[in-house]
Design a protein around this ligand. Sequence first.
Ligand SMILES: [Zn+2]
Length: 392
Amino acid sequence: MFFLLLLLVNVAEAQQKVYLTLVTHNEEGDFFCTNQNAYRANRIWVKYLVDSLTSKGVSWSFQSDWRYLTALTNPVFETAMVMSQTNNKNILKWAQEDKGLEITPHAHESVYNYADVYHLHFEAGVVPDSIAGGHLYNASQGFGSWMELKAGIFGVQFPAQFFKPDILWGAGTPGHVSDPLIHGCWHPLDTLDFLAEDSNSSLSVVGQGCRLVVDTAYSISEMMDVIRGVVETMQAGGFPSDMIISQEIFMSQSKMDSLRARHLISFIDSVNLSFVNTGLAEWKSIREIKTIWQNQFSEEPVKQACGDFMISGKWPPAGTFSVFPNPFSDQLYIDTPETVDLTLLSIEGKVLFHDHISAGTTVLSLGFLAKGIYIFRVQNRNSVESIKVLRD
Ligand SMILES: [Zn+2]
């Protein structure tokens, strides 16, 4: 009897879980440091969501680029009166100290590199975690040359600042057209073989898992389907048992408004009800996921791409969308059976437009484009397709 009990306890402990992290980015291109009213409006939604979501147990990794941090340390933006709403601290310091958010840099590295953005956090009175939040996985130079982060880098604007992260999060491609959507953790080898293991490296990836962007372009049930797909894959034994199952929930900070805030909260409530309260998923920060990987998974580089093990019917196949008429002169119709990421590129590969398109028919007014050939890239949760279109 005693042994049987022990066995049961062990089985319960070995039960896999999906580790969820809410990740937000503000971007280099955002309005924050130039528009005080927009900054203040955004601040209201950030505060509201931090209060609401932390009370619901959500682990939130708050990742900032330099424009937001510059606004944050501007006394005209963060006045004593504004800070009185957040325990007399700027919003980021409050979010970290009073609410326990994970604070990490995100850098597009055109003006401020990762070490500079890391430094700007200290100027705002917060101690950022050494996580590089967002990088190009296959770029060998310039923005996203994460290989340099293995050894650590010095700032360009703040040359005395050194930054050597031990976690990479959010491997991407320009326009997010073919991001490596991977569950699990490993030590990436190099930009040519990002998925290979470098056992000599201390820099590890915490994989973002399937793409899950919170936006009003996606219904709650569509977003729930992503997590349900991951959970059902786990329940069906579709992941290796020695793999840590990481899964992001991403939101753009600049897009926060009353509609999206309510949408996010409803979604989080559904996630908690269906998956967290039932023990199938658990909220963890990116740092906590790495620590669990080290302590319970012996830092074994076990990983799996999103959708590699598919439950029939959960992920509709790509290839069923259509774009018409082609050639077009002004309006272009896009027909898709599911929500997709749509990117319009010039023939040289420059990203001109990127958005989420809901299921059904969407009309794009593209009369402003110069005549010529363009490429539509359509990505769903597990595949990418491109179509050439002619504007005449
Ligand atoms: Zn970014």
